[in-house]
Design a protein around this ligand. Structure first.
Ligand code: 6CS
Ligand code: FE
Length: 303
């Protein structure tokens, strides 16, 4: 290990990444499930599956009518000229199409209410063991023909290094607003990968989010680490009709391919973090990312 690229690791950094010049696999130091069966709607077998595989898919948690209305709202948001120039709106690197809109939970919009739906929040509270707040929300459009991929990554690796999320006590929730088929770029997950933290190489560039939200190049696993995780756990696609919901642990390795079909693969993505896991200074040592990407303390629990 050459000294040249070693960067100082803070004592409380349990999951150092982008500090060594070689990748490393580290077993997780935190529990997966923090609550118990009597703490919410998930039964013991749900909790066991989440602990083992790192995700749960619930088909049709929202009805077709709920979702049809939200899809119209999604289009209104995308075509709203006021949104286009805001920092929350991210375009695709090539076509300039709207790729994502961040912080939808802070808008006065039906999609904001979706982020704090009781059916979703009570599952997050059960998995994380108590009071939670929204760390991040976004709608991903992944439109037909030009919706680009999200390369393999652990959400937590970015949130730890670039936002300062201390421990593995957050859950990502993807609410499908369109059908997720095998063809239109569904969410791909590696079962069991949440139990291994992949320490990535490469120093985080300044204002990395200006590029990474379009196409992520730092904080992505090397081929060998990814191969080992996939050989161990396989790869599963989170398929299901519009209205289905996938909860995945913040360290579950996931990604999705480009969408070359005419059919969009849109979702509303909301991240719940436990209030005791609120952000500290980013472990990369750079300035924190803006508040529309990561909610900074003081945080208020969702009641
Ligand atoms: O950097 C982030 O926070 C975002 N990037 C990806 C690809 N997934 C998690 C999150 O939305
Ligand atoms: Fe992600």
């Amino acid at each position: 290990m050459t000294v040249a690229t070693e960067r100082k690791i803070r004592r409380e950094d349990l999951y150092p990444s982008r500090v060594h010049d070689v990748p490393a696999l580290q077993e997780r130091e935190d529990p997966v499930v923090y609550g118990a069966e009597h703490d919410g709607p998930l039964r013991a077998d749900h909790l066991r599956r989440y602990e083992q595989f790192g995700y749960l898919v619930f088909e049709r948690m929202f009805s077709a009518d709920d979702v049809a209305q939200l899809s119209r709202e999604l289009e209104d948001l995308r075509s709203n000229p006021e949104m286009a120039d805001r920092p929350e709106a991210i375009t695709e690197p090539d076509s300039g199409e709207t790729r994502s809109i961040f912080a939808v939970h802070r808008l006065d919009h039906p999609l904001s209410r979706l982020c704090t739906e009781q059916r979703v929040v009570e599952i997050a509270r059960q998995l994380l063991g108590g009071d939670v707040y929204i760390h991040q929300s976004r709608v991903n459009y992944k439109r037909g023909f030009r919706g680009k991929e999200f390369y393999w990554h652990s959400d937590f690796e970015t949130w730890h290094v670039e936002d300062g999320m201390p421990r593995l006590r957050a859950v990502s929730c993807s609410i499908s607003l369109t059908d997720n088929t095998p063809y239109n770029g569904p969410l791909l997950l590696i079962p069991g990968s949440h139990k291994t933290f992949v320490s990535c190489v490469g120093a985080t560039p300044d204002r990395h989010y200006e590029k990474s939200l379009k196409r992520q190049e730092y904080g992505v696993p090397d081929d060998d680490s990814l191969t080992r995780l996939a050989e161990r756990g396989g790869i599963e696609a989170a398929l299901g009709p519009a209205g289905s919901v996938t909860f995945f642990e913040c360290n579950t390795m996931h990604g999705s391919s480009s969408n070359i079909t005419p059919f969009p693969r849109s979702n509303c993505f909301v991240v719940f973090n436990h209030v005791d896991n609120a952000l500290v200074d980013p472990f990369c040592g750079l300035a924190p990312r803006p508040g529309h990407i990561a909610t900074r303390p003081p945080v208020e629990p969702i009641v």
